[in-house]
Design a protein around this ligand. Sequence first.
Ligand SMILES: NC(=O)c1ccc[n+]([C@@H]2O[C@H](COP(=O)([O-])OP(=O)(O)OC[C@H]3O[C@@H](n4cnc5c(N)ncnc54)[C@H](OP(=O)(O)O)[C@@H]3O)[C@@H](O)[C@H]2O)c1
Length: 307
Amino acid sequence: MTTDANLVDGNERVLGSTDVRVGAVSFGCWRFTGTDEAGDAALIEHALDLGMNLVDTADVYGLDWGGSGFGANETALGDVLRRHPSLRDRMVLATKVGIVPGVPYVSDPAYLVTATEASLRRLGTDYVDLLQIHRPDPFTHPATVAEALARLVERGLVRAVGVSNHSPSQVRALSTHLALHRMSLTTNQPELSALRLNALRDGTLDMCMELGITPLAWSPLSGGRLATGHNVPKALNATLRRLGAREGVSPAVIAVAFVLAHPARIVAVVGSQNPQRLTELAAATNVHLDRVDVYAIIQASDGTPLP
Ligand SMILES: NC(=O)c1ccc[n+]([C@@H]2O[C@H](COP(=O)([O-])OP(=O)(O)OC[C@H]3O[C@@H](n4cnc5c(N)ncnc54)[C@H](OP(=O)(O)O)[C@@H]3O)[C@@H](O)[C@H]2O)c1
């Protein structure tokens, strides 16, 4: 066995047990403010042209990053889709519900249905390809969450269902109840980057591989820190720089490639709103990282050698 085999899988991913294919790098809308009519459409089109066809938003996006409040991000994306309907057909549109400012988490079944209907109105679309429960609400029984999700799928408002920030046991509990409706979870969306390795170690990715769930990694650049190097351990910056120099790419591209190297066939949800940077990050699919490289990144991130 060789240790220099390339672990980075830049091929398209099939989402869960569906036949929906998405790029290994996808486009996150959290920082999409919708302030420039022509630029907004061009940005979305550029992401799609790069193969970033999974477009990830949430009803709560818009409370920060220049948005005007709850729902603003979906409205901005919906405005682009209303003006350029052909873009809708090219994207796998994913949104999230379940965060309610001031509560903060609600997965009550009636609320999930109302919130999804409101998201569809803002997005100006009849259905979303993927509806995700944004954060777990431990005060709702997973049987009733499954029931609400099944109702939304039956009504054709939602094609597939997923979760975000759910622990392995929360994923298992909801999966068990969804199975009673002949449904399965398609995705789980944890934070994962060279700086945030929890999902690699807490069973999140193992559970995805066990159940055939596609992981969507949020903030693969740790919100930009892995690109700028700010507040990143020196050893990690040095390792990303060294590998970047070897591969002829920036440290940010190495950070995205690191996420694509895991065998759970993760989709990296990048958040740049800059077309040139999106082009740069898309090149992560062509980077070569072997076992020695990924363990060098992990040990530099940990600041200690692995046992
Ligand atoms: N499920 C959840 O709870 C959750 C939480 C957070 C995020 N998300 C999802 O994950 C997506 C990505 O999150 P994220 O935006 O934090 O992702 P990220 O890709 O880790 O960070 C994006 C940030 O990095 C900056 N950046 C990228 N390349 C750079 C470079 N070379 N130099 C300087 N800055 C650079 C971007 O600025 P520019 O725009 O200027 O390039 C942007 O501000 C979100 O859009 C959302 O869909 C989900």
